[in-house]
Write a protein that binds this ligand. Structure first.
Ligand SMILES: Nc1ncnc2c1ncn2[C@@H]1O[C@H](COP(=O)(O)OP(=O)(O)OP(=O)(O)O)[C@@H](O)[C@H]1O
Length: 289
């Protein structure tokens, strides 16, 4: 893979561990007595303030890892600690309190937003669900959040169908930030967007991380994007971690054949060469924007 032209995110000062997963095992039963080992001894540490990139081909277990870290998936065995708390043993009330601190942004912003609701209703929904503030406080918070993601007050009353994919993804990000989380899982969050819009959203995410001290788990099959965003990178294959390390180690000297294959595959996959070149140019253009 050729290096993106854009400047990768600077490594933040190594923070304390925020999410620590140890020896995660998960089997799905597929029927007819068949089983799928979706997670096979997965261990990782995500440090406060960093972007932890998770890459791997489709079906390698990336989303399963994220669901496990968020306490959304019963595991066969293993431990997940979030800020020192064992997630796998929390009761409903404790889990609910912890969930405020962990949020997700998905791939398809149209599918993730309720089409019948206005932007203000969508962004206020987590505040209402957790009983935060009164109507006026929530309205003020919504205004603040829209401003944070670069959408002015004019967007308050719009519906998802009246907005572009990039604008919808900004709304999804505002909603994810409503409860002031520490940890945000970005699962292919820019994959559905045009290349130039991807760059804008990636730069917004980097800016928000700096301003709010967020920690990201950034899942993508796109290594150019991972290289731009992540300081630590973890490569998965068939439910196992095959390689993990700092971005510079991993991109500078990938140890595993599989990782080298993933890197080689990006520029050569038609029409990825052109997309990749355009993305790199767009990222470069977007830096500092
Ligand atoms: N609820 C489930 N029941 C059965 N199998 C599942 C379930 N969830 C995931 N799997 C399987 O587990 C494996 C890992 O899936 P996962 O979604 O974590 O992969 P992924 O790396 O995120 O893939 P993609 O990039 O396509 O989203 C896949 O083979 C998938 O089909």
């Amino acid at each position: 893979m050729s290096a993106p032209d854009a400047t990768p995110a600077a490594a933040p000062e190594a923070g304390a561990p925020l999410v620590v997963a140890e020896h995660l095992m998960k089997t799905f039963r597929l029927g007819h007595g068949e089983q799928l080992q979706a997670l096979d001894d997965v261990s990782l540490t995500i440090r406060r303030g960093e972007t932890f990139g998770l890459v791997g081909e489709s079906g390698s277990g990336k989303s399963t890892v994220s669901r496990a870290l968020l306490g959304l998936l019963p595991l066969d065995s293993g431990s997940v600690r979030f800020d020192g708390q064992e997630v796998t043993r929390l009761g409903r009330g404790e889990m609910r309190r912890l969930r405020r601190r962990m949020q997700m942004v998905f791939q398809d912003p149209f599918a993730a937003l309720n089409r019948r609701q206005s932007v203000a209703q969508i962004v206020a929904a987590p505040l209402e669900a957790h009983g935060v503030g009164d109507r006026a406080t929530r309205a003020a918070r919504v205004a603040e959040l829209l401003d944070l993601v670069g959408l002015g007050p004019a967007y308050r009353d719009r519906r998802p169908r009246e907005m572009s994919g990039g604008q919808c993804q900004r709304v999804a990000i505002a909603r994810a930030l409503a409860l002031d989380p520490d940890f945000v899982v970005l699962d292919e969050s820019v994959s559905a967007l045009d290349v130039s819009i991807q760059a804008q959203i990636l730069n917004l995410l980097r800016d928000l991380q700096r301003r709010l001290g967020l920690t990201y788990l950034f899942i993508s099959h796109d290594l150019a994007v991972i290289r731009y965003m992540a300081q630590t990178v973890c490569v998965m294959q068939h439910g196992r971690i095959v390689e993990q390390g700092s971005r510079d180690e991993l991109f500078g000297d990938p140890r595993q054949e599989y990782t080298r294959g993933l890197m080689a595959a990006i520029p050569s996959a038609d029409p990825a060469t052109e997309r990749h070149r355009r993305r790199s140019a767009a990222l470069a253009e977007g830096v500092g924007a």
